[in-house]
Design a protein around this ligand. Structure first.
Ligand code: ADP
Ligand code: MG
Length: 326
């Protein structure tokens, strides 16, 4: 079996996409940021037994998803990712597949021209823990914060929702669908695509937008925008975008996946009402789906998220996964 040092050598990139004056191989990485550009930095950790199991995620997929969730955070700021660092606490079993984990990250990284510039390799007695940090930048000074939503705005979402949670349910043998839909949904769970393509379009449009990525389900992410902006959001159940595959599933379960499932990594945004149509057109011209799903209203005291169905409106609880909540 190889050791820590030969492992690090084996995952050290042979060439870089960016100007880096010191990559892997010294005490810290060194690079010079483009002057005048805001830098963005975020980190996300995946823990075996909490975020994934060997039975539901291959080593390749764990690597892919750990990087994807960080890229999704960069997308949700309207940014461009440049570098990543990886801290891996391997159990013996996962160390044997360590290169596969890195292959999953490298395939996604190459697609967006990211460079691996450092990390840490340690052993873990049981659970495999993978922590990824991404550094990016805001190309033209603008970033898109959760706190920017205003009453009157239209709430919009990229892509379709609920697919990842359905894929997980299939992997857990709690749900069965026909073969073609199964492959699609499982793939959406294991190899999600961060919406950096959508972020690029949003950057091009010259108007205000509040932005958040949907990592923990629509209910929870909506309430983050509501709280940060001191507004309330009203979501229209009939407007929630779902994939063809998800239509095979019972309506109530589908809604549950959308609201509380998570890991869709779509972007949720609030934009001025008069700009909403233009946003949709620009997305359509680029063959990307953007759907209006509701509106931003006055908080009237306490910010909240409401679901409109038929002629009823009910307040949604945040739910979604919450670590340390008893
Ligand atoms: P130090 O003892 O100074 O922390 P290490 O032996 O941990 O040095 O790391 C040596 C080099 O390898 C550093 O540049 C570090 O960033 C990089 N490195 C270590 N582990 C990883 C990893 N899992 N992924 C990427 N780079 C790593
Ligand atoms: Mg170290």
């Amino acid at each position: 079996m190889e050791d820590e040092f030969s492992f690090i050598r084996s995952i050290t990139p042979k060439k870089h996409n960016h100007q880096i004056t010191m990559g892997i191989g010294d005490d810290a990485a060194r690079y010079r940021p483009q002057s005048g550009k805001d830098q963005l930095i975020c980190t996300d950790t995946m823990v075996e037994g909490v975020h994934f199991l060997r039975e539901t995620m291959s080593p390749y997929a764990v690597g892919w998803k750990a990087l994807a969730s960080n890229l999704s955070d960069i997308a949700a700021m309207g940014g461009v990712p440049d570098f990543y660092l990886v801290s891996a606490a391997f159990s013996e079993e996962w160390f044997a597949d360590g290169k596969e984990v890195y292959r999953g990250m490298a395939d996604l990284a190459n697609h967006y021209h990211l460079d691996l510039i450092g990390g840490d390799t340690v052993s873990s007695p049981e659970a495999f823990v993978l922590s990824v940090t991404v550094i990016g930048h805001a190309p033209d000074k603008r970033t898109f914060l959760r706190r920017e939503a205003k009453p009157g705005d239209i709430l919009m979402v990229t892509g379709t929702l609920g697919d990842s949670a359905a894929g997980l349910s299939i992997l857990q043998k709690k749900l069965s669908v026909d073969k073609k839909n199964m492959d699609y949904l499982v793939r959406r769970h294991q190899l999600p695509k961060p919406r950096l393509d959508a972020a690029e379009l949003i950057r091009r449009l010259p108007c205000r937008a509040a932005l958040n990525d949907i990592s923990d389900g629509l209910a929870s992410e909506s309430s983050e925008i509501a709280e940060a902006s001191h507004v309330s959001l009203v979501i229209d159940r009939d407007q929630l975008p779902v994939s063809q595959a998800l239509l095979e599933i019972d309506q109530e379960q589908r809604l549950n996946f959308i609201l509380y499932g998570g890991e869709d990594y779509q972007l949720l945004m609030a934009v001025p009402r008069e700009a909403a149509e233009h946003y949709r057109d620009v997305f359509a011209e680029n063959h990307l789906l953007l759907s209006p799903i509701g509106e931003v209203v006055d908080a009237e005291g306490e910010p909240g998220v409401f679901l409109k169905e038929a002629d009823q409106i009910r307040r949604l609880t945040k739910s979604g996964y919450n670590h340390f909540r008893k």
